[in-house]
Design a protein around this ligand. Structure first.
Ligand SMILES: *[C@@H]1O[C@H](CO)[C@@H](O)[C@H](O)[C@H]1NC(C)=O
Ligand SMILES: [Ca+2]
Ligand SMILES: [Ca+2]
Ligand SMILES: [Ca+2]
Length: 662
């Protein structure tokens, strides 16, 4: 039994190693440690027969002679991790001990930059300022394309007012399986044409994601080889059923849903998904995309003029959606933008009349350079996420949020509220973690090690009615479920569930400060929200504490910022922490390669197989679950046996320690 099992998990490890590491990005610049691959050059005195003997003896595949004179041979070992930061000490020792081997060298990756940048020839591409390198920094999409990424194999669906599927810049990428019409209940999502062209929105959003490149027409989409579908659902009566059906259309086929809608942005609404739609999100992230989780990309809202706050919108506010904000060409907060704590990242969009807008496909087989608002930002992010999924299809929905946090930069974005959080990242309520960078996103995606399954730790803080004072702080010392299976060391999302009454809801500013001192505004004042309804079990969400250690004192702040005589009662306050027991700050910060660790040795102490040891995985937690089936665990890697090698000076076996840079 044992050899079979070993062989099985070896294959799993190799497969997983390949999947996790993938090809390294072309031009991935680094003057750091060499990266060892699974092939060797060997010089033997007696030519082909010796090379064959060596291959048989040590389990190499002989790939043949390197020069015609038959002295140098190219050998590959299938059991060796494809890319490693450490040489394979076992094979090194074996080859060294063999008297017929005159010289050998394990091959390392040579980084050679392809000196071409892929620039699409589409006539409107020069107008696509947010991705053609005219603006510094732009979304860095050319650099991702230059690595050969274009969204191939990724399916995106735009949930909107339909899609002009026969548009000359969309038809070749159009995917009927990713499309449906829930307004008329038929499979054809073609928009309804009206004199004012009110149903052009979905077609415009679709072109941003996947307009065809190099076809001499219009511009190009961010993921121009992705398949694109459209769900027509905004052009008619909208119910919980229709939203839920739209968000759960073909969850094993569609990878990314892009949505640019939500409750009214009037600055006085507090509303979110109904029971069925919440269930659709929950099913999407747990069962969609083969269990890796559907990616729901969401526009943060256009209620800026009405001082709306996207945390009063239960769609952007959901932990299951990846919420995207906007900035202008000059890095300013656009007039329509809504600030809130649940926004994760930002892409470019329109601003004032003088600012350039977004170029995309339009109704009637046209092009437009006038696409605007926060709903232009979400599809750009969806396209960039499609590039990241092409680079690494095994990312879970939470992995993607981790990557987006890390691939967003404050850049030149202007805001009065940039703050450094407890793990040293800059974060703002206008922009989340800043401008999303496609090159950084795909580089990080390639080598990202899966996060452990999500833990949830709920802390009931207030459950008896308490009068709300004009300025009130509710403090709670939290252990983050220490000593239990759901202990959280590194945070992801944080939610605050509140039930309270207030004489004028919009006057109450609510904030949350973490033990590491990060203060996040859960809702700012909304002057138009004069409701006396308060919040009824409303869930606020913040992304600002990402990767922080939640142990210690959390402070909920309630402050009357309006009418002097406001009063209210706090009935219930529950703090909900999400994250994992892994210390995410111990992971190296840049793109990584995996290393191999020896887990089984023969009688001579030579390595017989390796398992994946991920950078940043704490010692003793080296096993990785296979994303497609969390039930299949790679066997835990045993601590390496003391090597029984002769001598001691050059010994540094490849087991145990994580050799990557810190
Ligand atoms: C929180 O509780 C822990 C454990 O009881 C204690 O060690 C720590 O000092 C407390 N922190 C504060 C700020 O009260
Ligand atoms: Ca139809
Ligand atoms: Ca085109
Ligand atoms: Ca809103």
């Amino acid at each position: 039994m044992r050899p079979a099992r070993t062989a099985l998990w070896l294959r799993l490890a190799v497969a997983l190693g390949l999947a996790l590491v993938g090809p390294l990005p072309v031009g991935w610049s680094s003057a750091r440690a060499p990266i060892y691959v699974s092939s060797w050059a060997v010089r033997v005195s007696q030519g082909y027969r010796e090379a064959e003997r060596l291959a048989r003896k040590f389990g190499f595949v002989n790939l043949g002679q390197i020069f015609p004179d038959g002295q140098y041979y190219h050998l590959r070992h299938r059991g060796v991790v494809q890319q490693s930061l450490t040489p394979h000490w076992g094979h090194r020792l074996r080859l060294k001990k063999d008297p017929k081997v005159q010289w050998f060298e394990q091959q390392t990756l040579r980084r050679r930059v392809k000196r071409s940048v892929v620039v699409p020839t589409d006539p409107w591409f020069p107008k696509q300022w947010y991705m053609n390198n005219k603006v510094q920094p732009d979304l860095n999409i050319l650099q991702a394309w230059s690595q050969g990424l274009s969204g191939q194999g990724v399916v995106v669906s735009v949930l909107d007012d339909g899609i002009e599927k026969d548009h000359p810049d969309l038809w070749a990428n159009y995917d009927p399986l990713a499309s449906y019409d829930f307004n008329d209940y038929d499979p054809d999502p073609q928009p309804r044409y009206t004199p004012s062209d009110e149903n052009r929105h979905g077609t415009r959003c679709a072109g941003e994601v996947a307009a065809i490149a190099n076809n001499g027409f219009c511009g190009t989409g961010v993921a121009y080889n992705a398949r694109i579908g459209g769900v027509r659902m905004l052009d008619g009566t909208i119910t919980d059923v229709i939203e839920a059906q739209s968000l759960s259309l073909q969850p094993q086929h569609i990878h990314i849903y892009s949505a640019s809608w939500g409750p009214e942005d009037d600055g006085r609404t507090v509303d979110g998904p109904g029971i069925l739609t919440r269930e659709a999100f929950r099913r999407g992230v747990t069962k969609g995309r083969g269990g890796l989780g559907t990616l729901f990309v969401w526009a943060s809202g256009n209620g800026g003029l009405h001082y709306d706050n996207c945390n009063c919108d239960g769609y952007t506010n959901s932990i299951h959606t990846l919420s995207v904000g906007s900035t202008t060409r000059h890095g300013r907060v656009p007039w329509y933008s809504e600030a809130c704590a649940s926004t994760l990242t930002t892409t470019y969009s329109s601003g004032v009349a003088a600012d350039p807008q977004i170029v995309t496909t339009d109704l009637h087989h046209q092009c437009t350079d006038k696409h605007t608002g926060t709903s232009a930002s979400a599809p750009l992010a969806a396209g960039m996420i499609a590039l990241a999924l092409e680079a690494n299809p095994f990312l879970t929905w939470r992995d993607m949020q981790h990557l987006v946090v890390r691939a967003s930069r404050p850049a030149q974005l202007q805001a009065e509220d940039w703050r450094t959080n407890g793990v040293g990242r800059q974060v703002s309520h206008h922009y989340g973690y800043g401008l999303l960078d496609a090159r950084l996103l795909v580089d990080l995606a390639r080598t990202w090690l899966p996060t452990q399954p999500q833990q949830k730790c709920a802390i009931r803080v207030v459950h008896t009615p308490t009068p709300i004072l004009p300025l009130m702080r509710v403090r709670k010392n939290v252990s983050a479920c220490a000593g239990r299976a759901n202990y959280i060391r590194s945070l992801e999302h944080v939610q605050v569930q509140l039930s309270l009454s207030y004489s004028r809801r919009g006057d109450l500013e609510i904030s949350l400060t973490s033990p590491m001192g990060t203060r996040s505004t859960l809702v700012a004042i909304r002057p138009l929200d004069v409701s006396g309804q308060g919040y009824n079990n409303w869930i606020f969400m913040s992304t600002h504490f990402w990767d922080e250690d939640p142990q210690g004192l959390w402070t909920l702040g309630l402050e009357n910022k309006g009418y002097y005589f406001n009063t209210g009662t706090l009935y219930r306050y529950t703090l909900l922490l999400y994250g994992t027991a892994e210390d995410m700050t111990a992971r190296p910060s840049g793109p990584q390669v995996t290393s191999s660790a020896c887990v089984q040795r023969d009688t001579e102490g030579l390595c017989q197989g390796e398992c994946l040891a991920g950078p940043g995985l704490p010692a003793g937690r080296r096993q990785q679950w296979l994303p497609h089936d969390p039930a299949i665990l790679l066997p835990a890697c045993a601590p390496p046996a003391p090597p029984a090698l002769h001598g001691s000076s050059q010994q540094r076996d490849s087991g145990g320690k994580n050799p990557s840079a810190r």
